[in-house]
Design a protein around this ligand. Structure first.
Ligand code: DGL
Length: 260
């Protein structure tokens, strides 16, 4: 069982930012990544739609024999992970906006959170917020329109910068010193965000924490792959344009179209 792959899914190409963290921390592991780009963005969908899509992605990865599933999508995690955990026996790792470290470290007592509508309106997000927001000003912002631009490879463009600027404005007016990236597509925008933010604002995302948690759970279940043979990393996307995902991963890894 330990040689079986880690299954990772996202609404699209963004979760590859999480895959990269997993690969860095767990280089021996075989992985399968599923990008449901045909249905992106998940952020504007209803909770039921997000649950249905998350079940469909999970079933595909389980059919492929995955030993653990990483939900590399904040929107799917905050809306569907409890259902997935109830329904299937494999362990699930999810990702949520890193409110806790930002709230514990802020000096200005103001933090910004950029995430999808689906994440910001979820009960799980509000539970975490209630735990850590005491005495701290939280500026939430829906990143409307960002995911489609990342999906089409429009990272370093004036369109992207014009979209981001008004999202950051109320945060800067509130004097935030931490910006929490609550969507796995957003780490690809860190260079653009750093250009738009004053130097003292730090950006936090949860990618490294997710990789660490994946390792902890694999260890706990005795599922770590100790085989030193070259691991296989498979990437599937359900739109015919594989180029954007390919460019995010570089040429060492092959992205394949799969009709799922
Ligand atoms: N990567 C997904 C997330 O972390 C994007 C959601 C979407 O497709 O809107 O929330």
């Amino acid at each position: 069982m330990s040689k079986q792959p880690i299954g990772i899914f996202d609404s699209g190409v963004g979760g590859t930012s999480i895959w990269k963290e997993i690969r860095t921390l767990l280089p021996n592991e075989n992985t399968i990544y599923l990008a449901d780009s045909k249905n992106a963005p998940y952020g504007a969908k209803t909770k039921n739609e997000i649950i249905e899509l998350s079940i469909k992605n999970t079933e595909y990865l389980l059919q492929k024999g995955c030993k653990i599933i990483v939900v590399a999508c904040n929107t799917a995690t905050t809306n569907a992970i409890s259902i997935l955990r109830e329904k299937y026996d494999v362990p699930f790792i999810g990702i949520e906006p890193a409110i806790k470290p930002a709230a514990l470290q802020t000096q200005t007592k103001a933090i910004g959170i950029l995430a999808t509508k689906g994440t910001l309106s979820s009960a799980l997000f509000h539970e975490t917020l209630d735990l850590y927001s005491n005495g701290i000003k939280i500026i939430e912002q829906v990143g409307e329109g960002i995911v489609p631009l990342v999906e089409t490879g429009m990272l370093n463009t004036t369109t992207m910068r014009s979209l981001l600027k008004p999202y950051l404005k109320p945060m800067l007016e509130a004097n935030i010193d931490y910006l929490v990236l609550g969507c796995t597509h957003y780490p690809y925008l860190i260079p653009q965000l750093l250009d738009l933010l004053p130097k003292h604002v730090k950006i936090i995302d949860s990618g490294a924490a997710v990789a660490k948690q994946t390792k902890t759970i694999l260890k706990q279940y005795s599922l770590l792959n100790n085989d030193i043979k070259k691991p296989t990393n498979a990437f599937y996307i359900n739109i015919k344009n594989t180029e954007v995902m390919q460019s995010l991963l570089g040429n060492r890894f092959k992205v394949e179209y799969l009709n799922f």
